[in-house]
Design a protein around this ligand. Sequence first.
Ligand code: ADP
Ligand code: MG
Length: 367
Amino acid sequence: MKIVLENLTKIFPSRDKKAGKEVVAVNNFNFTIPDGKLIGLLGPSGCGKSTTLYMISGLQKPTGGKIFFGEDDVTELSTENRGIGLVFQNYALYPHLTVKQNILFPLQNLKGADKMSKEAMLERAYEAARLVQIEELMDRKPSELSGGQQQRVAIARALVKMPRVLLLDEPLSNLDARLRLQTREEIRRIQKETGITTVFVTHDQEEAMSISDMIVVMKLGVVQQIGQPQDVYDSPANLFVAKFLGTPPINVFSGRVKGEKLFIGEEAVLDVKGVKDQDVTVGVRPEGFVPDENGPLHTIPSNVEVMGRDVSVVSTHEASLNPQVRSIINSDHKVDVSAGVVRWTLKPHKVFLFNKDTEERILPEEA
Ligand code: ADP
Ligand code: MG
């Protein structure tokens, strides 16, 4: 089921009636979510992710714009009639019911023509349980389950009605690091097996990048960029997106273009054909540095962190807009911190130039 968001907008009235301003939680969101894909809705806390999800679910009414499921305008449709499955951060299971009863619950509430026989309901419940691999836990109470298992039950409960659309709001936030990794792979597997169009909300860029077919990066209610994770990483539309994606984060310098050369500090570090003279903000991905004793850029190293396969060189530079410059290099390279200086060449495709005022990317230009 494709989902079309058309000029979707949500404005909350001010909480403080006297002083406050209204909040534009979602501002003119336009996107067609392709059928059968997993979309990662990504951005810092408060950027409007949950509000977008709640509007798709029908839990919140848009202030403006429309939502279509396939060709159907569902903007005015109630949550129950949208055919969605919802999973929240806190599993929200009924504590006094067993796992089986929790999963059966949405089916028992079906009315009229949708009403199911007891056998049919049980079959469905076991099918959903199998999908999330909790069949052997069906007679336990939620309190007898780990966080990861509880979240699987919540997902099974969301799937049991065979929704047209699956909506997940930070479903992994309450899990510890290991379970988070494991459960996100599970969610990806289930999504692929069922082919249900899925919107997955998270503030964790790595999580979104790792499982999404496409990501949507939001900031203050405004969509910044939509694309395949690797494309957005390789080709960020602006400084915000460049900074939001990637661990360790992108290094940011103030720089200057003069005579088609990019200067960081006094050093001409890269040829930038076709860019006119101007002050710029420069982003360099940590993996964009190559140690090179004749390289044009120098930094002052403070330490080297061994990370197994790679080595992370921490250094400083007077034009860096962050306290530290982080370079990730292959552990085959030797970097001598005691020398007091490291020289680098930059990989051109790992360097982005941004307009100093608008922070929009100016190089490389969009293909
Ligand atoms: P996210 O899920 O990305 O953290 P939300 O969608 O929850 O962000 O919130 C977006 C903005 O809307 C925030 O500024 C938040 O404070 C505001 N907001 C969310 N819900 C309400 C509400 N019910 N009333 C007023 N403001 C709200
Ligand atoms: Mg939220």
